[in-house]
Design a protein around this ligand. Structure first.
Ligand SMILES: [Cu+2]
Length: 161
């Protein structure tokens, strides 16, 4: 049975291939360490609603899968993907995300994101939020994500909730 995330994996692989074209041969990625880069969190416009975390994943051995994101200051975090079909924005939950490609998997507004449910009131713009990324075949990685307010942002990830 096909899992839903496989489709996204194909799309991401295609995007990564495009991004790399014209840049010469890609370096071997087999033993590259996993990195979580540029992590940031967008707080909800209304307190109590879910926020979202964005970041870039690189590296990892062939077949490495991101299985979860967690934080001591967030009750529950899900991996989501936003999409627009027939003019309607929606999103769905991803069981996990395979990111072992010759490139970077980006979690960014309007696309993949980590949805943060139950953010502690102490989490404020300008502070940092620890996020721990768990993988199926690699040690977990904890990063500090920059916390930003929802002010001035449009196209939030709340459509579909
Ligand atoms: Cu979401």
């Amino acid at each position: 049975m096909m899992k839903p995330f496989k489709w996204h994996g194909l799309a991401a692989a295609a995007a990564a291939a495009l991004a790399l074209s014209g840049c010469g041969p890609a370096p071997a990625k087999k033993d590259r360490a996993i990195a979580v880069e540029q992590p940031w969190v967008r707080l909800p416009a209304v307190a109590g609603e879910p926020g979202a975390a964005y970041f870039r994943l690189t590296g990892g051995a062939e077949g490495t899968t991101l299985v979860s994101v967690s934080s001591p200051l967030v009750k529950r975090i899900e991996l989501h993907e936003s999409m627009t079909a027939n003019g309607t924005a929606s999103m769905k939950k991803l069981d996990d995300v395979d990111f072992a490609y010759d490139g970077t998997i980006a979690f960014k507004p309007g696309g993949r994101h980590a949805m943060l449910f139950g953010i502690a009131p102490a989490v404020k713009p300008g502070l940092s939020l620890p996020l721990t990324f768990a993988f199926d075949n690699a040690p977990p990685i904890t990063v500090s994500a920059e916390v930003r307010s929802a002010a001035g942002e449009t196209g939030g990830e709340h459509a579909g909730h």
